[in-house]
Design a protein around this ligand. Structure first.
Ligand code: XMP
Length: 511
Protein backbone atom coordinates (compact mmCIF):
# COMPACT_ATOMS: atom_id res chain seq x y z
CA UNK A 1 0.00 0.00 0.00
CA UNK A 2 1.29 3.46 -0.89
CA UNK A 3 0.85 6.23 1.66
CA UNK A 4 0.62 9.91 0.85
CA UNK A 5 3.99 11.56 1.41
CA UNK A 6 4.93 15.07 2.45
CA UNK A 7 8.21 16.66 1.35
CA UNK A 8 10.01 18.96 3.76
CA UNK A 9 12.65 21.09 2.08
CA UNK A 10 15.36 21.88 4.59
CA UNK A 11 16.94 25.32 4.56
CA UNK A 12 19.11 24.50 7.59
CA UNK A 13 16.79 25.34 10.48
CA UNK A 14 17.45 23.75 13.86
CA UNK A 15 13.74 22.86 13.88
CA UNK A 16 13.49 20.97 10.55
CA UNK A 17 13.46 17.54 12.16
CA UNK A 18 10.72 18.73 14.49
CA UNK A 19 8.53 19.59 11.49
CA UNK A 20 8.96 16.04 10.21
CA UNK A 21 8.11 14.60 13.60
CA UNK A 22 5.00 16.74 14.11
CA UNK A 23 3.75 15.75 10.64
CA UNK A 24 4.38 12.09 11.42
CA UNK A 25 2.49 12.45 14.71
CA UNK A 26 -0.52 13.15 12.49
CA UNK A 27 0.05 9.65 10.97
CA UNK A 28 1.39 11.24 7.80
CA UNK A 29 4.71 10.10 6.38
CA UNK A 30 7.17 12.93 5.76
CA UNK A 31 10.70 13.11 4.38
CA UNK A 32 13.40 15.75 4.77
CA UNK A 33 15.47 16.67 1.71
CA UNK A 34 18.04 19.47 1.37
CA UNK A 35 16.63 22.62 -0.31
CA UNK A 36 19.02 22.15 -3.25
CA UNK A 37 18.14 18.50 -3.87
CA UNK A 38 14.47 18.51 -4.76
CA UNK A 39 13.55 14.87 -5.51
CA UNK A 40 13.05 14.15 -9.20
CA UNK A 41 9.87 12.19 -8.38
CA UNK A 42 8.23 15.31 -6.99
CA UNK A 43 4.83 14.09 -8.20
CA UNK A 44 4.97 11.37 -5.55
CA UNK A 45 4.61 14.00 -2.83
CA UNK A 46 1.19 15.31 -1.94
CA UNK A 47 2.34 18.53 -0.24
CA UNK A 48 5.54 20.48 0.41
CA UNK A 49 6.74 22.40 3.47
CA UNK A 50 9.63 24.90 3.36
CA UNK A 51 11.58 25.00 6.63
CA UNK A 52 13.14 27.91 8.48
CA UNK A 53 16.79 28.85 8.06
CA UNK A 54 19.68 30.68 9.75
CA UNK A 55 20.02 32.71 6.52
CA UNK A 56 18.30 35.90 5.42
CA UNK A 57 16.45 36.10 2.10
CA UNK A 58 18.01 39.57 1.73
CA UNK A 59 21.62 38.37 1.82
CA UNK A 60 23.81 37.49 -1.15
CA UNK A 61 24.06 33.99 0.24
CA UNK A 62 20.25 33.56 0.39
CA UNK A 63 19.23 29.97 -0.37
CA UNK A 64 17.10 30.25 -3.49
CA UNK A 65 16.17 26.94 -5.13
CA UNK A 66 13.99 26.73 -8.21
CA UNK A 67 10.47 25.95 -6.97
CA UNK A 68 8.79 26.17 -10.37
CA UNK A 69 7.72 22.52 -10.22
CA UNK A 70 6.12 23.08 -6.83
CA UNK A 71 4.81 26.61 -6.41
CA UNK A 72 1.20 26.85 -7.65
CA UNK A 73 1.23 23.17 -8.60
CA UNK A 74 1.11 21.55 -5.16
CA UNK A 75 -0.10 22.57 -1.72
CA UNK A 76 2.84 24.50 -0.28
CA UNK A 77 3.47 25.83 3.24
CA UNK A 78 6.37 28.19 4.00
CA UNK A 79 7.53 28.38 7.61
CA UNK A 80 9.61 31.35 8.83
CA UNK A 81 12.39 31.59 6.19
CA UNK A 82 10.04 29.62 3.95
CA UNK A 83 7.40 32.33 4.39
CA UNK A 84 9.92 35.11 3.79
CA UNK A 85 11.08 33.26 0.70
CA UNK A 86 7.54 33.23 -0.67
CA UNK A 87 7.24 36.96 0.03
CA UNK A 88 10.66 38.22 -1.05
CA UNK A 89 11.05 36.35 -4.33
CA UNK A 90 7.46 36.90 -5.49
CA UNK A 91 6.99 40.65 -5.38
CA UNK A 92 6.80 41.38 -1.65
CA UNK A 93 9.33 42.95 0.66
CA UNK A 94 11.30 41.59 3.61
CA UNK A 95 13.21 43.94 5.93
CA UNK A 96 15.14 43.69 9.20
CA UNK A 97 12.79 43.67 12.23
CA UNK A 98 12.65 46.80 14.36
CA UNK A 99 12.04 44.80 17.49
CA UNK A 100 13.51 41.45 18.41
CA UNK A 101 11.00 38.74 17.73
CA UNK A 102 12.04 35.66 19.66
CA UNK A 103 9.68 33.60 21.76
CA UNK A 104 6.04 33.90 22.70
CA UNK A 105 3.51 35.86 20.63
CA UNK A 106 -0.27 35.69 20.17
CA UNK A 107 -2.29 35.58 16.99
CA UNK A 108 -4.82 38.28 16.28
CA UNK A 109 -7.01 39.35 13.37
CA UNK A 110 -7.36 35.71 12.32
CA UNK A 111 -9.18 35.38 9.01
CA UNK A 112 -11.82 32.81 9.91
CA UNK A 113 -13.20 32.22 6.44
CA UNK A 114 -10.81 29.54 5.26
CA UNK A 115 -9.75 26.10 6.35
CA UNK A 116 -6.24 27.11 7.42
CA UNK A 117 -7.18 28.55 10.82
CA UNK A 118 -10.26 26.35 11.33
CA UNK A 119 -10.70 25.71 15.06
CA UNK A 120 -7.95 28.18 16.01
CA UNK A 121 -9.02 31.36 17.77
CA UNK A 122 -7.60 34.83 18.22
CA UNK A 123 -5.15 34.83 21.13
CA UNK A 124 -3.62 31.46 20.24
CA UNK A 125 0.01 31.37 21.40
CA UNK A 126 2.69 30.93 18.71
CA UNK A 127 6.48 30.79 18.82
CA UNK A 128 8.54 33.32 16.88
CA UNK A 129 12.24 33.13 16.09
CA UNK A 130 13.32 35.53 13.34
CA UNK A 131 15.21 38.75 12.79
CA UNK A 132 13.68 39.71 9.42
CA UNK A 133 10.04 40.58 8.93
CA UNK A 134 7.68 40.57 5.94
CA UNK A 135 6.74 44.20 5.33
CA UNK A 136 4.87 43.85 2.06
CA UNK A 137 2.98 40.74 0.98
CA UNK A 138 3.84 39.19 -2.40
CA UNK A 139 1.67 39.58 -5.45
CA UNK A 140 -1.85 38.21 -4.82
CA UNK A 141 -1.00 37.78 -1.12
CA UNK A 142 -3.99 37.67 1.23
CA UNK A 143 -3.39 38.45 4.92
CA UNK A 144 -4.59 35.64 7.22
CA UNK A 145 -3.35 36.61 10.70
CA UNK A 146 -1.17 39.06 12.63
CA UNK A 147 0.48 39.30 16.04
CA UNK A 148 1.18 42.43 18.10
CA UNK A 149 4.64 42.85 16.61
CA UNK A 150 4.16 41.24 13.19
CA UNK A 151 1.45 42.47 10.87
CA UNK A 152 2.04 39.79 8.20
CA UNK A 153 2.28 36.73 10.45
CA UNK A 154 0.32 34.48 8.09
CA UNK A 155 -0.80 34.85 4.48
CA UNK A 156 -1.90 32.85 1.49
CA UNK A 157 -1.73 33.38 -2.24
CA UNK A 158 -5.07 34.00 -3.88
CA UNK A 159 -6.38 31.06 -5.93
CA UNK A 160 -3.49 28.82 -4.87
CA UNK A 161 -2.99 26.35 -2.02
CA UNK A 162 0.17 28.28 -1.10
CA UNK A 163 0.33 29.33 2.57
CA UNK A 164 3.00 31.03 4.65
CA UNK A 165 3.53 31.59 8.36
CA UNK A 166 6.19 33.59 10.14
CA UNK A 167 5.92 31.54 13.36
CA UNK A 168 6.97 27.93 14.03
CA UNK A 169 4.03 25.49 14.23
CA UNK A 170 6.43 22.61 14.91
CA UNK A 171 7.52 23.69 18.41
CA UNK A 172 5.33 22.76 21.36
CA UNK A 173 5.15 26.40 22.46
CA UNK A 174 2.92 27.07 19.44
CA UNK A 175 -0.18 25.75 21.15
CA UNK A 176 -2.23 25.09 18.03
CA UNK A 177 0.74 24.26 15.79
CA UNK A 178 -0.23 20.66 15.24
CA UNK A 179 -3.82 21.62 14.51
CA UNK A 180 -2.59 24.10 11.95
CA UNK A 181 -0.40 21.46 10.25
CA UNK A 182 -3.41 19.16 10.25
CA UNK A 183 -5.60 21.85 8.70
CA UNK A 184 -3.06 22.41 5.95
CA UNK A 185 -2.21 18.78 5.25
CA UNK A 186 -5.50 16.99 5.79
CA UNK A 187 -8.12 19.62 4.95
CA UNK A 188 -6.33 21.71 2.33
CA UNK A 189 -3.85 19.27 0.75
CA UNK A 190 -6.18 16.25 1.23
CA UNK A 191 -3.40 14.02 2.54
CA UNK A 192 -4.76 10.77 4.01
CA UNK A 193 -3.44 10.25 7.56
CA UNK A 194 -3.03 6.48 7.50
CA UNK A 195 0.67 5.95 8.27
CA UNK A 196 0.61 4.17 11.65
CA UNK A 197 3.03 1.87 13.54
CA UNK A 198 0.80 -1.09 12.66
CA UNK A 199 0.79 -0.21 8.96
CA UNK A 200 4.56 0.30 9.09
CA UNK A 201 5.02 -3.19 10.53
CA UNK A 202 2.76 -4.82 7.97
CA UNK A 203 4.34 -3.10 4.99
CA UNK A 204 7.93 -3.46 6.18
CA UNK A 205 7.51 -7.17 6.83
CA UNK A 206 6.06 -7.52 3.35
CA UNK A 207 8.89 -5.50 1.84
CA UNK A 208 11.57 -7.49 3.70
CA UNK A 209 10.05 -10.79 2.57
CA UNK A 210 10.24 -9.70 -1.06
CA UNK A 211 13.67 -8.12 -0.80
CA UNK A 212 15.39 -10.94 1.08
CA UNK A 213 13.51 -14.01 -0.14
CA UNK A 214 15.16 -17.18 1.15
CA UNK A 215 18.54 -15.55 1.84
CA UNK A 216 20.21 -15.63 5.24
CA UNK A 217 20.75 -12.44 7.23
CA UNK A 218 23.12 -11.75 10.12
CA UNK A 219 22.45 -9.04 12.70
CA UNK A 220 24.39 -7.85 15.75
CA UNK A 221 22.13 -7.39 18.76
CA UNK A 222 23.25 -4.91 21.40
CA UNK A 223 20.45 -5.13 23.93
CA UNK A 224 19.33 -1.65 22.83
CA UNK A 225 16.01 -0.58 21.34
CA UNK A 226 17.02 -0.15 17.67
CA UNK A 227 18.76 -3.47 17.09
CA UNK A 228 16.02 -5.31 18.98
CA UNK A 229 13.16 -3.78 16.98
CA UNK A 230 15.07 -4.38 13.72
CA UNK A 231 15.57 -8.03 14.73
CA UNK A 232 11.92 -8.61 15.59
CA UNK A 233 10.75 -7.07 12.30
CA UNK A 234 13.17 -9.23 10.32
CA UNK A 235 12.25 -12.30 12.32
CA UNK A 236 8.61 -11.73 11.45
CA UNK A 237 9.60 -11.53 7.78
CA UNK A 238 12.16 -14.33 7.39
CA UNK A 239 12.00 -16.38 10.60
CA UNK A 240 14.92 -18.72 11.22
CA UNK A 241 16.92 -17.26 8.36
CA UNK A 242 17.73 -14.34 10.64
CA UNK A 243 20.88 -15.12 12.61
CA UNK A 244 21.41 -12.79 15.56
CA UNK A 245 24.71 -12.43 17.37
CA UNK A 246 24.91 -10.91 20.84
CA UNK A 247 28.48 -10.31 21.99
CA UNK A 248 29.51 -10.04 25.62
CA UNK A 249 32.49 -7.69 25.69
CA UNK A 250 32.76 -8.03 29.45
CA UNK A 251 31.81 -4.37 29.83
CA UNK A 252 28.03 -4.73 30.00
CA UNK A 253 25.94 -3.99 33.07
CA UNK A 254 25.74 -6.53 35.88
CA UNK A 255 24.05 -9.78 34.70
CA UNK A 256 23.03 -8.06 31.47
CA UNK A 257 24.49 -10.64 29.10
CA UNK A 258 22.55 -13.50 30.67
CA UNK A 259 19.30 -11.67 31.25
CA UNK A 260 19.09 -9.99 27.83
CA UNK A 261 20.07 -13.21 26.06
CA UNK A 262 17.33 -14.97 27.97
CA UNK A 263 14.88 -12.25 26.99
CA UNK A 264 15.84 -12.57 23.30
CA UNK A 265 15.41 -16.34 23.40
CA UNK A 266 11.99 -15.84 24.98
CA UNK A 267 11.07 -13.67 22.01
CA UNK A 268 11.74 -16.59 19.68
CA UNK A 269 14.83 -15.02 18.08
CA UNK A 270 17.50 -17.26 16.64
CA UNK A 271 20.27 -15.71 18.75
CA UNK A 272 23.77 -16.80 19.58
CA UNK A 273 25.39 -15.36 22.69
CA UNK A 274 29.15 -15.08 22.30
CA UNK A 275 31.08 -14.51 25.50
CA UNK A 276 34.25 -12.77 24.35
CA UNK A 277 34.94 -10.91 27.61
CA UNK A 278 38.38 -12.40 28.05
CA UNK A 279 39.43 -11.43 24.53
CA UNK A 280 38.31 -7.83 25.13
CA UNK A 281 39.93 -7.62 28.57
CA UNK A 282 43.24 -8.93 27.27
CA UNK A 283 43.24 -6.44 24.41
CA UNK A 284 42.44 -3.59 26.81
CA UNK A 285 45.10 -4.49 29.36
CA UNK A 286 47.00 -1.40 30.62
CA UNK A 287 45.32 0.90 28.08
CA UNK A 288 44.24 4.17 29.66
CA UNK A 289 43.55 6.52 26.75
CA UNK A 290 39.81 6.93 26.02
CA UNK A 291 40.10 6.93 22.22
CA UNK A 292 42.52 3.99 22.22
CA UNK A 293 40.10 2.04 24.42
CA UNK A 294 37.24 2.83 22.03
CA UNK A 295 39.31 1.77 18.99
CA UNK A 296 40.37 -1.50 20.60
CA UNK A 297 36.80 -2.36 21.53
CA UNK A 298 35.60 -1.53 18.00
CA UNK A 299 38.35 -3.64 16.44
CA UNK A 300 37.83 -6.67 18.68
CA UNK A 301 34.07 -6.47 18.15
CA UNK A 302 34.57 -6.58 14.39
CA UNK A 303 36.92 -9.57 14.72
CA UNK A 304 34.46 -11.46 16.92
CA UNK A 305 31.49 -10.60 14.71
CA UNK A 306 33.38 -11.52 11.56
CA UNK A 307 34.27 -14.93 13.05
CA UNK A 308 30.60 -15.52 13.84
CA UNK A 309 29.35 -14.34 10.45
CA UNK A 310 31.73 -16.82 8.80
CA UNK A 311 30.11 -19.66 10.69
CA UNK A 312 26.78 -18.93 8.98
CA UNK A 313 26.94 -20.75 5.70
CA UNK A 314 25.99 -18.73 2.67
CA UNK A 315 24.88 -15.61 4.53
CA UNK A 316 24.04 -12.78 2.09
CA UNK A 317 22.86 -9.81 4.16
CA UNK A 318 23.96 -7.73 7.11
CA UNK A 319 21.05 -6.09 8.96
CA UNK A 320 21.59 -2.88 10.90
CA UNK A 321 19.45 -0.83 13.29
CA UNK A 322 20.26 2.47 11.54
CA UNK A 323 17.59 5.13 12.20
CA UNK A 324 16.47 8.25 10.32
CA UNK A 325 18.63 10.87 12.11
CA UNK A 326 21.70 8.86 10.97
CA UNK A 327 20.80 9.19 7.29
CA UNK A 328 19.23 12.64 6.93
CA UNK A 329 21.48 14.78 4.79
CA UNK A 330 22.11 17.93 6.74
CA UNK A 331 22.25 21.40 5.20
CA UNK A 332 25.49 22.94 6.38
CA UNK A 333 25.33 26.27 8.19
CA UNK A 334 27.50 27.80 5.47
CA UNK A 335 25.07 26.81 2.74
CA UNK A 336 27.72 24.60 1.12
CA UNK A 337 27.08 21.18 -0.35
CA UNK A 338 25.26 18.95 2.08
CA UNK A 339 27.08 16.15 3.84
CA UNK A 340 25.96 12.56 4.18
CA UNK A 341 26.74 11.31 7.64
CA UNK A 342 27.14 7.58 7.10
CA UNK A 343 28.57 5.67 4.24
CA UNK A 344 29.27 1.99 3.78
CA UNK A 345 30.65 2.34 0.33
CA UNK A 346 34.39 2.12 0.89
CA UNK A 347 34.76 -1.59 0.40
CA UNK A 348 38.55 -2.03 0.41
CA UNK A 349 39.99 -3.37 3.64
CA UNK A 350 36.64 -4.04 5.25
CA UNK A 351 36.03 -7.30 7.11
CA UNK A 352 34.08 -9.88 5.14
CA UNK A 353 30.75 -9.35 6.89
CA UNK A 354 30.78 -5.70 5.87
CA UNK A 355 30.91 -6.74 2.23
CA UNK A 356 27.46 -8.28 2.64
CA UNK A 357 24.42 -6.51 1.24
CA UNK A 358 22.98 -4.11 3.80
CA UNK A 359 19.38 -4.07 5.01
CA UNK A 360 18.23 -1.30 7.35
CA UNK A 361 14.53 -1.72 8.16
CA UNK A 362 14.33 1.29 10.52
CA UNK A 363 16.13 3.88 8.45
CA UNK A 364 13.01 5.98 7.89
CA UNK A 365 12.10 6.22 11.59
CA UNK A 366 12.92 8.59 14.43
CA UNK A 367 13.79 7.06 17.80
CA UNK A 368 10.36 7.61 19.35
CA UNK A 369 8.80 6.02 16.27
CA UNK A 370 11.06 2.98 16.67
CA UNK A 371 9.67 2.64 20.21
CA UNK A 372 6.09 2.87 18.91
CA UNK A 373 6.80 0.26 16.24
CA UNK A 374 8.35 -1.88 18.99
CA UNK A 375 5.14 -1.54 21.01
CA UNK A 376 3.09 -2.54 17.94
CA UNK A 377 5.33 -5.63 17.73
CA UNK A 378 4.49 -6.30 21.38
CA UNK A 379 8.09 -6.07 22.52
CA UNK A 380 8.36 -5.83 26.29
CA UNK A 381 7.90 -2.24 27.54
CA UNK A 382 10.92 -2.65 29.85
CA UNK A 383 13.14 -3.39 26.88
CA UNK A 384 11.73 -0.52 24.81
CA UNK A 385 12.16 1.93 27.68
CA UNK A 386 15.80 1.09 28.38
CA UNK A 387 18.23 3.98 28.73
CA UNK A 388 20.80 4.34 25.94
CA UNK A 389 24.06 2.56 26.75
CA UNK A 390 27.30 3.27 24.86
CA UNK A 391 28.81 0.57 22.62
CA UNK A 392 32.13 0.56 24.56
CA UNK A 393 30.05 0.07 27.71
CA UNK A 394 31.66 0.46 31.11
CA UNK A 395 35.10 0.94 29.48
CA UNK A 396 34.41 4.66 29.04
CA UNK A 397 32.98 4.89 32.56
CA UNK A 398 36.12 3.46 34.16
CA UNK A 399 38.50 6.38 33.90
CA UNK A 400 41.99 5.20 33.07
CA UNK A 401 43.00 1.58 32.65
CA UNK A 402 40.56 -1.30 33.03
CA UNK A 403 40.86 -4.36 35.25
CA UNK A 404 38.37 -7.11 36.05
CA UNK A 405 38.20 -5.85 39.63
CA UNK A 406 37.30 -2.33 38.49
CA UNK A 407 34.60 -3.72 36.18
CA UNK A 408 33.17 -5.73 39.08
CA UNK A 409 33.08 -2.68 41.38
CA UNK A 410 31.43 -0.48 38.77
CA UNK A 411 28.87 -3.15 37.85
CA UNK A 412 27.83 -3.37 41.52
CA UNK A 413 27.61 0.41 41.92
CA UNK A 414 25.71 0.83 38.65
CA UNK A 415 23.23 -1.93 39.57
CA UNK A 416 22.43 -0.29 42.92
CA UNK A 417 21.91 3.09 41.22
CA UNK A 418 19.79 1.80 38.32
CA UNK A 419 17.68 -0.58 40.44
CA UNK A 420 17.20 2.25 42.94
CA UNK A 421 15.91 4.53 40.17
CA UNK A 422 13.47 1.81 39.12
CA UNK A 423 12.27 1.19 42.67
CA UNK A 424 11.76 4.92 43.27
CA UNK A 425 9.83 5.28 39.99
CA UNK A 426 12.48 7.63 38.67
CA UNK A 427 13.94 5.48 35.90
CA UNK A 428 11.48 6.57 33.22
CA UNK A 429 11.89 10.23 34.14
CA UNK A 430 15.59 10.04 33.34
CA UNK A 431 16.92 9.83 29.76
CA UNK A 432 20.18 8.17 30.68
CA UNK A 433 21.88 7.25 33.96
CA UNK A 434 25.03 5.48 35.01
CA UNK A 435 28.01 5.51 37.33
CA UNK A 436 31.65 6.43 36.70
CA UNK A 437 34.60 4.89 38.50
CA UNK A 438 37.10 7.68 39.14
CA UNK A 439 40.87 7.16 39.03
CA UNK A 440 41.35 8.51 42.54
CA UNK A 441 41.30 7.11 46.04
CA UNK A 442 40.22 9.21 48.96
CA UNK A 443 40.41 8.89 52.70
CA UNK A 444 37.43 7.73 54.76
CA UNK A 445 36.61 6.18 58.12
CA UNK A 446 34.65 2.99 58.53
CA UNK A 447 34.15 1.92 62.15
CA UNK A 448 37.40 2.87 63.81
CA UNK A 449 39.42 2.23 60.71
CA UNK A 450 40.86 4.68 58.29
CA UNK A 451 40.14 3.69 54.65
CA UNK A 452 41.71 4.76 51.38
CA UNK A 453 39.33 3.64 48.67
CA UNK A 454 37.65 4.45 45.37
CA UNK A 455 35.33 7.33 44.59
CA UNK A 456 32.38 6.92 42.20
CA UNK A 457 30.34 9.59 40.44
CA UNK A 458 26.65 9.13 39.62
CA UNK A 459 25.25 10.79 36.50
CA UNK A 460 21.59 11.14 35.49
CA UNK A 461 20.55 13.38 32.61
CA UNK A 462 17.49 14.51 30.74
CA UNK A 463 17.79 14.93 26.99
CA UNK A 464 15.98 14.19 23.75
CA UNK A 465 18.83 13.02 21.55
CA UNK A 466 22.01 13.11 23.65
CA UNK A 467 23.28 16.17 21.74
CA UNK A 468 22.45 18.46 24.64
CA UNK A 469 21.60 17.33 28.15
CA UNK A 470 20.93 18.63 31.61
CA UNK A 471 21.50 16.90 34.93
CA UNK A 472 18.40 15.65 36.66
CA UNK A 473 17.37 17.13 39.97
CA UNK A 474 17.06 13.78 41.79
CA UNK A 475 15.48 14.00 45.26
CA UNK A 476 18.02 14.35 48.11
CA UNK A 477 16.43 11.41 49.94
CA UNK A 478 17.04 9.21 46.92
CA UNK A 479 20.67 10.33 46.59
CA UNK A 480 21.18 9.84 50.32
CA UNK A 481 19.85 6.27 50.26
CA UNK A 482 21.76 5.38 47.07
CA UNK A 483 25.03 6.70 48.48
CA UNK A 484 24.51 4.74 51.69
CA UNK A 485 23.67 1.55 49.84
CA UNK A 486 26.70 1.86 47.58
CA UNK A 487 29.20 2.52 50.37
CA UNK A 488 27.74 -0.20 52.60
CA UNK A 489 27.42 -2.85 49.93
CA UNK A 490 30.30 -2.32 47.51
CA UNK A 491 33.65 -3.22 48.95
CA UNK A 492 36.33 -0.83 47.77
CA UNK A 493 34.19 2.33 47.52
CA UNK A 494 34.08 4.91 50.31
CA UNK A 495 32.85 8.05 48.54
CA UNK A 496 29.97 8.90 46.16
CA UNK A 497 29.47 12.19 44.30
CA UNK A 498 26.68 13.38 42.00
CA UNK A 499 27.55 15.05 38.68
CA UNK A 500 25.75 18.40 38.26
CA UNK A 501 27.20 19.44 34.89
CA UNK A 502 25.12 20.10 31.80
CA UNK A 503 26.10 19.26 28.21
CA UNK A 504 27.54 21.45 26.84
CA UNK A 505 30.07 22.20 28.21
CA UNK A 506 30.46 18.75 29.83
CA UNK A 507 29.64 15.53 27.97
CA UNK A 508 27.35 12.78 29.24
CA UNK A 509 30.10 10.17 29.51
CA UNK A 510 33.27 11.12 31.37
CA UNK A 511 35.59 9.73 28.71
P1 XMP B 1 28.57 12.16 25.19
O1 XMP B 1 29.44 11.56 26.25
O2 XMP B 1 29.30 12.40 23.90
O3 XMP B 1 27.48 11.05 24.86
O4 XMP B 1 27.83 13.37 25.67
C1 XMP B 1 26.33 11.26 24.08
C2 XMP B 1 25.61 9.92 23.93
O5 XMP B 1 26.43 9.04 23.17
C3 XMP B 1 26.78 7.90 23.94
N1 XMP B 1 28.18 7.60 23.64
C4 XMP B 1 28.59 6.58 22.88
N2 XMP B 1 27.89 5.60 22.26
N3 XMP B 1 29.92 4.68 21.45
C5 XMP B 1 28.56 4.65 21.56
O6 XMP B 1 27.94 3.73 21.00
C6 XMP B 1 30.69 5.63 22.04
O7 XMP B 1 31.91 5.63 21.93
C7 XMP B 1 29.98 6.63 22.79
N4 XMP B 1 30.40 7.72 23.51
C8 XMP B 1 29.27 8.29 24.01
C9 XMP B 1 26.54 8.29 25.38
O8 XMP B 1 26.28 7.16 26.20
C10 XMP B 1 25.36 9.22 25.26
O9 XMP B 1 24.14 8.50 25.15
Amino acid sequence: MQHDKVLILDFGSQYTQLIARRVRELNIYSEIHPFNKIPSNIDDYKAVILSGSPFSVRGNEALHPDLSKIRGKKPLLGVCYGAQYLAHFFGGNVAPSNTREYGRAHLSKINEHGLFFKGISNGSQVWMSHSDTIQILPENGVLLASTDAVENAAFKIKDETTYAIQFHPEVYHSKDGKKLLENFLVHIAHVTPDWTPASFVEETVDFLKKKIGDDKVVLGLSGGVDSTVAAVLLHKAIGENLYCVFVNNGLLRKNEFKSVLHQYEGMGLNVKGVDASRRFMEALSLQDDPETKRKIIGRVFIEVFDDEAHRIENVKWLAQGTIYPDVIESVSATGGPSATIKSHHNVGGLPDFMKLKIVEPLKTLFKDEVRRVGAALEIDADLLGRHPFPGPGLAIRILGDITEEKVRILQEVDAIFINGLKEANLYNKVWQAGAMLLPINSVGVMGDERTYEKCVALRAVESTDGMTADWVNLPYEFLQKTSNDIINQVKGVNRVVYDISSKPPATIEWE
